[in-house]
Design a protein around this ligand. Structure first.
Ligand SMILES: NC(=O)c1ccc[n+]([C@@H]2O[C@H](COP(=O)([O-])OP(=O)(O)OC[C@H]3O[C@@H](n4cnc5c(N)ncnc54)[C@H](OP(=O)(O)O)[C@@H]3O)[C@@H](O)[C@H]2O)c1
Length: 289
């Protein structure tokens, strides 16, 4: 009998890919987003999930407005509810049902001061921003509850735009629009990290679950550490987009939240995802008209 997979945030950039990949893998998929459920509604979440009895619960919901929650207390309260509290509540329900729980976190749990090749999965987090704090609190809540769980850290997601009400485009799609409008482009060249292609992460998530890997924290990113500028130049070259791009320091864009200088993630526990260049080639092909 096929396994029942519940995907929360199913209309998000990652969620939509998870729905596709898990369905293609033969799972019986239920996707919920706003309209079906608000993950901060503790009572309804429990009621609906207990009635569904899923084998796997994948939480792709996240509050991702790094700067808004740094500067606005109400936004931070929202971020904390979605990123820190709700994941713990979901993990509790999953444990009670004997379901596998999958949750996504971020490289922004690290301070970026590492001097080596990147952060391994058991490196000590030290978030610089309130967003990073909220995501780290979510990780700790899930770990404390236990059960069968995967906390997957990723960096700078890109892929097809989300299909949710407040859908966002990826960094590359936004910059391509600016280039086509002949706007001036500056990209930060002193913040380094990895990128994650949503379809690749969905496949890597599915294989993690299928392999029944041990519970814990995983780093799933496309291989290769780059700056925003480096990644954008690579993408424009692959996509054949001609634009003048100026490399600037992060200080050129004063933002409320501090970013880590080098938040490169090392994946030491799972098969490596393909490198960023290959993922960008796939992304460029999928967006060509
Ligand atoms: N994007 C990145 O660069 C990045 C980097 C590191 C980690 N992550 C993590 O990766 C995961 C997936 O991110 P993503 O970029 O795919 O997110 P996303 O595109 O914003 O998708 C999240 C989905 O959840 C929905 N949602 C938001 N709040 C909800 C709530 N309270 N109840 C039910 N649904 C709700 C959103 O709807 P609306 O769009 O209508 O709000 C959206 O459809 C998140 O955990 C995120 O923190 C993302």
């Amino acid at each position: 009998m096929s396994k029942q997979a519940l995907i929360l945030g199913s209309k998000g950039m990652l969620g939509q890919e998870l729905v596709r990949v898990f369905a293609e893998g033969g799972h019986d998929v239920t996707g919920w987003d706003f309209g079906d459920i608000d993950v901060t509604d503790t009572v309804l979440v429990r009621e609906k999930i207990v009635a569904l009895v899923p084998d796997i619960i994948i939480n792709a919901v996240g509050y991702n407005d790094v700067d808004a929650c740094e500067s606005d207390e109400n936004e931070f309260a929202k971020a904390w509810r979605i990123n820190a509290e709700a994941p713990g509540e979901l993990a509790t329900v999953a444990k009670e049902l004997g379901a596998t729980f999958v949750h996504y976190s971020t490289d922004y749990v690290f301070d970026g001061e590492q001097k080596g090749d990147g952060y391994v999965e058991d490196a000590d987090p030290n978030p610089l921003s309130k967003y990073g704090e909220s995501k780290y609190d979510g990780e700790k809540a899930i770990e404390a509850i236990g059960g069968k769980y995967y906390v997957i850290r990723l960096s700078k997601l890109f892929g097809a735009p989300a299909i949710s009400a407040s859908a966002k485009q990826s960094f590359f799609a936004k910059m391509a629009e600016v280039a086509h409008g002949k706007g001036a482009i500056s990209a930060v060249d002193d913040e380094r990290g990895c990128f994650t292609y949503a379809p690749d992460l969905a496949i890597a998530t599915s294989s993690l679950v299928l392999d029944s890997a041990p519970s814990g924290v995983y780093h799933l990113v496309n291989e290769g550490s780059v700056t925003w500028y480096g990644a954008l130049m690579e993408y424009f070259k692959i996509a054949g987009i001609k634009a003048m791009v100026t490399a600037v320091s992060g200080d050129a864009f004063p933002r409320p939240a501090r970013r880590p200088k080098d938040s490169t993630l090392c994946n030491t526990k799972r098969p490596k995802l393909r490198n960023l260049r290959e993922a960008l080639t796939d992304f460029a092909d999928s967006t060509r008209i």
